[in-house]
Design a binder for this molecule. Structure first.
Ligand SMILES: Nc1ncnc2c1ncn2[C@@H]1O[C@H](COP(=O)(O)OP(=O)(O)OP(=O)(O)O)[C@@H](O)[C@H]1O
Length: 252
């Protein structure tokens, strides 16, 4: 796994409707250590998705620098895996082949990529769905397959933009628990974007609060791991931290 360094990142868009410039990211610096899980929260429009898209290499920065494992990001790359809220699984491919797609693109032979795909499906409790097609799965299962597909590429850095926002509350909790379990096993470096303060605190080693394109606070989360919701909801530190972060986001 590799570290992620973001230095004085800036992004200005041109708004063609208003005919003016919009500064989405003013000046963001953020270091994520190898194997660290960092959540980014902030009110709508504070620049979260813009930052993630620049780190993914989908969008050029107006200023500043992004480095993965010390190397400057110049565009998309296999060292970074991305999971969005809505993403398309290939409807004509089975779950196994969806998950094995990244390894296939890297030239991994069929038997080996099937082995990799089955290992990750097992980690997410999806072994039974390997031969099904996406339209035969529930929304929550499709979301899980999307996460597993990103993990199967074995990226150094995992970038997640509200990946669980569109599933029901119970499924979301299960997915959050699964993600922390898989992350503990694989130790990816993770940048996770969310609106949901409880989710941010539950998952992360640090929660970064953004306000108007700047880092407002960077808060360590020292809750013990593994984390499961039944225990975490009762935890006084979790309640205190969540309340504190919520207060900051509302004031941001
Ligand atoms: N392609 C674009 N062209 C012009 N302005 C944009 C573009 N994309 C985003 N913006 C503006 O940049 C700012 C930051 O947007 P961004 O999507 O990064 O915020 P966000 O924190 O992810 O918001 P949300 O939580 O609502 O998804 C907003 O003011 C938005 O309107």
């Amino acid at each position: 796994m590799k570290s992620l360094e973001i230095r004085n990142l800036q992004k200005t868009y041109f708004d063609p409707y208003a005919g003016t410039k919009v500064t989405a990211v003013q000046d963001v610096s953020l270091d994520i250590r190898e194997g660290e899980f960092v959540s980014v929260v902030g009110p709508s429009g504070c620049g979260k998705t813009t930052i993630l898209n620049m780190v993914a290499g989908f969008l050029p920065a107006t200023g500043g620098e992004i480095r993965v494992g010390g190397r400057p990001v110049k565009g998309p790359g296999a060292d970074r895996g991305v999971v969005f809220q809505s993403f398309a699984l290939f409807p004509w491919k089975t779950v196994l082949d969806n998950v094995g797609f990244g390894p296939k693109m890297r030239g991994v032979p069929k038997a080996e990529r099937d082995r990799i795909a089955r290992e990750y499906l097992a980690l997410a409790g999806l072994s039974h769905a390997a031969d099904r097609y996406p339209n035969e799965l529930s929304g929550g299962m499709q979301q899980r397959v999307g996460v597993v597909r990103a993990l199967a590429n074995d990226p150094d850095v995992l970038l997640m933009d509200e990946p669980f926002a569109s599933v029901d509350a119970q499924t979301r909790m299960t997915l959050q628990e699964e993600l922390t379990r898989i992350w503990q096993e694989k130790q990816h470096t993770v940048l996770f974007i969310t609106h949901d303060v409880g989710e941010a605190v539950f998952l992360a080693d640090r929660v970064v609060v953004l306000s108007k394109g700047r880092v407002m606070r960077d808060i360590p989360v020292t809750l013990p791991r593994p984390r499961v919701w039944d225990e975490v909801t009762e935890d006084e530190d979790f309640k205190r931290l969540s309340a504190e972060v919520l207060h900051m986001v509302r004031a941001a």
